[in-house]
Write a protein that binds this ligand. Sequence first.
Ligand SMILES: C[S@@+](CC[C@H](N)C(=O)[O-])C[C@H]1O[C@@H](n2cnc3c(N)ncnc32)[C@H](O)[C@@H]1O
Length: 320
Amino acid sequence: MPSVTPPADGPAAAAYQIDTTVAHPARRYNYWLSGKDNFAADRESADAIAKVFPHVRIAAIENRRFLHRAVAYLARHAGIRQFLDIGVGLPLEPNTHEIAQDIAPDCRVVYVDNDPLVMAHARALLTSHPEGATAYVEADLRDPAAILDDPGVHHTLDLSQPVGLLLVAVLHFLADDEATHAVSELLAALAPGSYVVLSHGTTDYASDDTAARIPSLQKKNEIRFRPRSREQVAGFVAGLHAVDPDPAAPGTVAHLVPIDRAGSQLVSVAQWRPDPGEPNLPRDEDVACYGVVAGVPDGATPGDGVMPAASPAAPAEPEL
Ligand SMILES: C[S@@+](CC[C@H](N)C(=O)[O-])C[C@H]1O[C@@H](n2cnc3c(N)ncnc32)[C@H](O)[C@@H]1O
């Protein structure tokens, strides 16, 4: 049954009042994707970012398309029937449950976000197919135990069975230690046969000049964005097994490849199993976002995936 669990306490509860004067990632992303659920502060902040990263809209669109393809892949080829989508963002059709339930109507999806505006729109995330189920939990990825213990999660998902965990364009809003902690805890809770869908912004392709402008952009525009290198992103999922991103590769688990710390299995989100005949995929430097779909093999040591080093572009102090 659909359910919405409001926050009882913790960071999500503290942020329960919607402050429209402060830019927020969910609403900025919604603006780049041409959504209507954003305010002047979000648009100003988004435009300031676009001045430094002129292709940010392309990145947002390609990231969203990656999410669509990855969810469809897991439902169609990997038999995944349960999804935990953390950092879901404002509803934008097709949402995760719509894609998954289109393939398998009995799919069960729990959405999580820490933006109270997403909570206000959660109804749109709860239009489940009657054979499946959806739930929305307002919670913070920095407190993974609270997510895993939430009744909305337990009523909807059976964590003893495989789950598709979505961490799409969200880890780059967490500090290094927060992100490492969140991924380790969540991975430890996943049954073998589960998958992680992860995308993450990077400045690996940025000029020195652009990279140097990030700290002041963060400060002036209230951005918690922490781009990470290929190796750092790979560190989150090292030891898991990547789905081959080549669309010509067979889509079965037999073709999973162990993920190394160099991250050679990571590709631009636009290059992850693009739809056949997709014309003119954008350049990796314009997308600047890595994507990977990683399976949790039997006997994996969850928590292997710790990120090795601090982000080069992260400010010394947690900002804002
Ligand atoms: C860029 S949007 C990505 C939306 C969606 N995952 C996608 O890729 O299309 C990032 C989302 O992560 C959420 N978010 C950021 N920090 C978070 C945190 N600490 N806990 C939960 N959600 C968070 C934001 O509110 C926003 O909705």
